[in-house]
Design a protein around this ligand. Sequence first.
Ligand code: HEC
Length: 156
Amino acid sequence: MRNKTDHRLSAVQHRFFVHAAPFLVFGMWLAACGSHSATDTKFQQYYVQGEQLYVRYCSNCHQKNGAGLGRVYPPLNTSDYMERNLNEVLCIMKYGKKGSITVNGVMYNLEMKGTTSLTELEIAEIATYIYNTWDHKRGIVDLTQVHGALAKCQPN
Ligand code: HEC
């Protein structure tokens, strides 16, 4: 009699593990990943897209390695200007910049034409790429930031 009960219990337990355990494990896995992983995925997407856009729209002048070109094109790989002026950099991509600019103590003075066709998303992607490559480790630059920055800058 006792044996029979034990047997029935273990059958229930068995069914529980076979059918419910995978869902439990999956649930724990989801909980462990949480929203952190969604942020990571978005970062990765922006970064990968941003690299392609950088190569297409920026690397002609600033070079693939971000080092710039002599006294003509300022560097992005190490740039105190970039670190201090995120909003301006977002504006420069779209609207360009003229007048002198000092980067790491060196003065540059040649017009950079903006790429007006860039969307806010593309600007966020390029920014996420250049701000997390070489010496920069800012994390994602998102649409809200780009939208806010562009609303304040005028074409020049
Ligand atoms: C035709 C050449 C050219 C292209 C293409 C170009 N830039 Fe520039 N960029 C310049 C020049 C020249 C300056 C300096 C402008 C000045 O003297 O006011 C500059 C300045 C900058 C600066 C601020 C200075 C620094 O080094 O931190 C950033 C950031 C920047 N560019 C990023 C970009 C990004 C991102 C792209 C692509 C979307 C891009 N540039 C495309 C020539 C270019």
